[in-house]
Design a protein. Sequence first.
Lengths: 382, 570
Amino acid sequence: MKLSCLQENLSRGLGVVGRAVASRTTLPITQNVYLATDQSMLKLSATNLEIAMTTWVGAMVEDEGAITVPARLLSEFVNSLPSERIDIELQPGSGVLQLRCGRTEANINGADAGEFPPIPTVDEGVAASVETATLKEAIARVAFAAATEESRPVLTGVEIKLEGDRFSMAAADGFRLAVHHGSLREPVDSETKVIVPARVLNELNRLLGDQTDPVEIMMTPAKGQVLFRTQGSQTVETVSQLLQGTFPNYEQLIPQSYQTRAVFDLPSLLRATRTAAIFARDGSNIIRMETQPAENGEAPGKVIISARSEEVGDNQDEVEAESLDGVEGKIAFNSRYLLDVLSVLERGRVTIETASSSSPGVFRPTDSEDYIHVVMPMFVQW
Amino acid sequence: MPIKVLPPDLAIKIAAGEVIERPASVVKELLENSLDAGASSVAVEIKGGGSGETRVTDDGRGIPSFEVSTAFLRHATSKLNASEDLNAVATLGFRGEALPSIAAVSRLSLTTRTPDSEMGYGIDLEWGQIIREGSRGSPPGTTVRVSNLFENLPARRKFLRTPGTETGRIHDLVTRFALGFPSVRFRLTSDGRVLLSTTGSGTLREALLAVYGVEVAEGMLDIYGEDPERTYQVEGVVSPPHIHRSNRSYMSLFVNRRWIQSRALSFALEESYHGLLPVKRYPVAAINISIPYADVDVNSHPAKREVRFHHEGTIFSTLQRAVRAALIADSPVPPIQPPPGSRFDGSSSAYHPSSFFPRSAFTGASRDYPGGPVDAAATTQPAPSLKVVGQVKATYIVAEGPDGMYLVDQHAAHERVLFDRIKQQSAPARPGELLLEPITVELTPGQAEVMQEKANMLCQYGFAIEPFGDNSYLLRAVPVVMTGQDPAQALLTVLDLVALENLSNTQEDVLAASIACHSAIRAGKTLTNDEMIALLDQLEATANPHTCPHGRPTMLHFSAAHMEQEFGRT
Ligand SMILES: Nc1ncnc2c1ncn2[C@@H]1O[C@H](COP(=O)(O)OP(=O)(O)OP(=O)(O)O)[C@@H](O)[C@H]1O
Ligand SMILES: [Mg+2]
C-alpha cells in the first residue's frame, strides 16, 4: 500500500470514525482503525460491533493495500503534524505502517486487515432520503424519551417508520412517549418499520453538525441493519444493528379526549418550570400544576406552577394562558420529564391537554401536528 | 375471692398457654418429640401459617399402642424416671407437658407405629378429650396432625399475627433445628410450597447451604475450642467479617444440640467480632456447645428456650477464644500495630485482625460496642467535605479530605442518599410515577406472600399494584427513584430483598432500604467527575453519611498520619 493525502483530511476522517472505536473491549482489534485504498480514496473504518462508521479521504494512490493500526495512536500522531502532505506506505508483509510528513517520520505496528471484523455493507433494502434539518429535529424531539437502562432493550430504541413520503419516529421509556412525523424527500415504495438504538441516533445527530446535504437511509430489516449516509464535507456511512423485538403499539397510548386544553407561551412556561425544578430537586422532582379558568371570562385563565421540599422550602409561579378551555384541574409531573419536553419544543407556543390527575398529559407545539408528547403524571398528595 | 383449686380443664388451658404460645410452639414441641424418638427424617407441613393445620411426620421409633393414650396425660413422659434425672436431662423433652398442652387447645390426631409391630395405632382428640382411638394403618414412625388451634381460646387467637408472619417464625424455627441436627433430613412446606429442605447428610455446611445459600455456606469459618479441663466443647461455624446481617437472628446457639436463646452467649459471640463489623451488623453463626448434662439446667423456662449454666464464665471465654482464633486465621493481611496515640492503644481492643487500616475515628466510635447502644455523637457526625481525586475499579471514589485520603463506596453512598430522600418524603403517601401502560407481573408464592403482607406499605412508598388473579398483579406505578429501571424487575427485586431481610420485620425502613438498594448506582459503573462530585455533595448533606442503610460503611479514612507511618516517613 502506498499513497499520499492531506494531513487535515486524514485528521478529520480519523476524528469521525474515532467515535465508533471501542473504548473498552474484549476484542482488542476493535480499538484499531481500518485503512484501505478504495479506488482513488483512502477508506477509514472503525466499529465497536454495535455501530460501524466508515469515511473516505481523498488520496493519491500508488499501490493498493489495507491494514489496521491502533486508532488512538494514529490520530494523536496525525493531529500533531503540520497541515501538509502525508506519505503513507506499507511494505507488503511487514505489518508496519510508515508515515512521513515533512521531516517527521513514524512507524506504527499494525495488525492484519483480515482480522478486522467485517464492516457491514447495506446495499439492498428500502432507501429513503431526508433533509438533514428534518432528521435532526426528529432525533432531538424523540431520542431523549427512550429508556436508558438495558433491561428492556426494545425501549432503548427509537422506532422509525417509513410510509409513502412520510416518516415517523417514536420512543417511550414506560413513563412518557414522544412521536414525531416528518417528510421524506421522495416517497418510498414499501412501508418499513425498524427499531434503531437511541444512542446511535444521538451519535448521528452529533455527526450531522450543521451540514446541509440530505441524509440517505437504507433499511434492511432482514439483515437487522440500518445505514445512514451523510454527505457533508466528506461522505460518512454509519451502520447500526437494529434492535429486535416488538415496539409498543403506541397509537393506543395517545389520549383521544381531554377535560382541559390550555395554550401557553413556551418561554414563559419553561422559565416557571425551571424555577420550580430548583425546588423540586429535593422533593422527589414533583412539580404541581393547577389550571384555573378565569372566573369572569376576561382573561383566558392561568396555571399555577409550584414545587415544595420539606427541607429546602417552596415556590409558586403563575403563568397566564393564551387560551384555556375546559375545567380547572390539578396534575403533578416529574420535573425532569416536564423540562425535557418543554426544552425540545423551545420556542413558540405549547398546547397542553389533561383529563385528570391520574391520566396522561399531552404536549404539542400549538402550530404543528408533527409532534406529540405524552407524559404520565405522578400520584401525589395535594 | 376465696382461694380455690382450679378445675382441671381450666388448669390445663392455663398451662397450655405457657407451653403453646403460637403455631411455632406446636412445631417446636412436635419436632423435639420426633428428634427424641431418634428420627432421621422429619417433614413439617403447615397450612395458613400453622393456624390452619400443622402436620409433623417422622420416621422415629414410634409409640407402642398401649402407651398412646398415656402420652396425652399431663406429666406423662418416657424420658425421665426419678427426679435425680432432672439434673441431667439428655433429651429435648422431659416434662411430659407438650402433647397434653397442644391437645387441650386444638383438634389433634396422632398415628404411630413402632418398627416391630404389624399395625399402627391412632388417636383423635378435641380440646383435650379423646374422641376416638384404635388400630390404624401407618408407616413406621409417628405423624401428628394439629388443626383448629386456639379455637377454644378466642383471646389467644387474637394474638396471632398474619399467616405470613407466623410462617416466618416457623421457618426460622425449622432452620435452627436443621442447623442443630445436620444429620436429620428436614423438610418444611407451607401450603404445599417447599420452604426448606435439607439433605441430612450430617455435614453442617450442607445444612448451611440449604438454609442460607451458597455464599454463606462457602464463606463460613470452622471453629473449635474446649476449656482447659476439657469439660466443654464449642464447635460450629461463624461468618468471616465481610459476611454480616442486619439482625441477630442469623446467630444460632445450641447447647447439647438444643437451640437456646441466651443474651449473654450472643453478646459473647458479638464481642468476638469487636471492631470488625459495621455498626448494627451481626455475624452469622451456628455453634453447638457440648456440656455435661449435669452442668446445665434446662428446666428454667416453660418453653425450654433458656438454660442456666453452672460455669458461665468458662463457657463464654471458651466460645470467644474459639471464634477469635478462627477470625485471626482468616485474616488476609497481617495485623498492623496501630499508630501511636490512637484509641486502640494498649487496650484489649487493640486486636484488629482483618482490617489493614484502623477504622477511622468517626466510624470507629460506635464499633466499640457491637450490639450496644450506638454512640449518637459518632453517627450524627457530619461527613468531611471531600474533593474528588478519581475512581478505582469503577466502584470506589477516591477523595481527599481533611487529614488524609477517603475511599467512598459509590453504591453504599448513593444508597444512603436515596434512603434519606425516600424517608424524607412524608408518609403516608410518597409520590409514585404512573406507567404509560400497566405491566402484568407474575410473582412466586414467596413474593406473593411479601406482597400481601406489605401491600399497604408498598403503596405508601409509591408502588401502585392491583391483584390480577392468582399470583399475577398489575403494576401501575413505581416509586420516583425507581424510574430509571425496569419497573417489573424493580418490584420483584424489592419483594425479594424485603423477604430476605426478614419476613416478620414490620419496620418500614426495610422497604425504604430495599428500594434504595435496588435504585442506587451499581459497583462497576464508571462515573464522570461531575457525577462523583454531585454524589459526594449529596452524601455530605445526609443526616448519617458514614453508613449505608444496611449499616455498612460508606467511606474509609486513611489518615495522613497513618500514611506517613506506613511509608516510613515518621
Ligand atoms: N414423635 C414421637 N415419637 C415417639 N414417641 C413420642 C413422639 N411424640 C411423643 N412421644 C412420646 O410421648 C411422650 C409425651 O410427649 P410430650 O412431648 O408430651 O412429653 P415429653 O417430650 O416427654 O416432654 P416435654 O413436655 O418436655 O416435651 C414422650 O415422652 C414420648 O414417649
Ligand atoms: Mg416433647
